[in-house]
Design a protein around this ligand. Structure first.
Ligand SMILES: [Zn+2]
Ligand SMILES: [Zn+2]
Length: 238
């Protein structure tokens, strides 16, 4: 057993001791070792047959949807298993605004299989950064929290300082797709601990994808060959 595996086992035991048998979603007794009760789990909806490239539902058989065959996104792969709606949206808003880390843990564990099946594994996880001022204001970056949990569960290191947001940008919500792309243009810098070839960029939600598109552009420019985007949820296009 490696030191990291041992540490992970100890962390899980401590979590169980501190919050034994409490559902992360509603606080009830989930009745098993799961972190979400069956009623909360039933209200979380996965994206059906997601395309491996854009994360949207693929209307055809196969792993890449027709839209991506014609006009592929800049990044190489996306895994964002949940539909951003209903209770999942409520959970993610709580996670962002109230530092509800128990929800991050619940949703990360609920979606873990999708990431565990993914192979080959990225060398490193890179959380989407907040600008320093917004981090001070909010006291917390949910993408970092999610990266920390996946790092422990999947045994992949996090490089928290590789990406920085050098320009304070307006909030993306309420902007059109074009405005979002303009808003994040040149907002990030990339200075990794070492040269990576294969990375996963971590965020809580992917909506239009303009933030992760801009980050991918910079990563490719710096020589990263394979960029995966990992998030808990995807704005869902039927
Ligand atoms: Zn529950
Ligand atoms: Zn696609």
């Amino acid at each position: 057993m490696s030191g990291r595996q041992l540490l992970r086992g100890i962390t899980r035991c401590l979590e169980q001791l501190l919050a034994p048998g409490v559902c992360c979603g509603c606080g009830c007794d989930p009745g098993s070792s799961s972190v979400l009760c069956t009623s909360c789990q039933a209200r979380i909806h996965p994206i059906p047959n997601p395309c491996q490239h854009c994360g949207q539902p693929n209307p055809l058989a196969g792993i890449i949807c027709p839209a991506c065959r014609l006009n592929p996104p800049r990044w190489q792969k996306m895994i964002a298993p949940l539909q951003y709606q209903g209770i999942t949206r409520d959970y993610l808003l709580q996670l962002k605004h109230t530092q509800a880390t128990h929800l991050a843990k619940g949703l990360c564990r609920h979606t873990l299989a999708a990431f565990r099946q993914n192979w080959p594994r990225p060398q490193v996880l890179l959380p989407v950064p907040l600008h320093r001022e917004r981090l001070l204001e909010r006291g917390y970056n949910q993408a970092r929290e999610i990266a920390r949990i996946w790092s422990a569960d999947l045994d992949i290191p996090v490089d928290r300082h590789a990406l920085t947001r050098t320009r304070a940008t307006a909030l993306q919500s309420g902007l059109s797709a074009n405005q979002r792309a303009q808003n994040v243009r040149l907002a990030f810098t990339y200075s990794p601990r070492q040269a990576y070839r294969h990375v996963a960029v971590i965020d809580d939600i992917v909506t239009t994808g303009s933030t992760v598109d801009e980050i991918t552009r910079q990563l490719h420019q710096a020589g990263v060959e394979f960029v995966e985007i990992w998030a808990l949820a995807r704005a869902y296009r039927r």
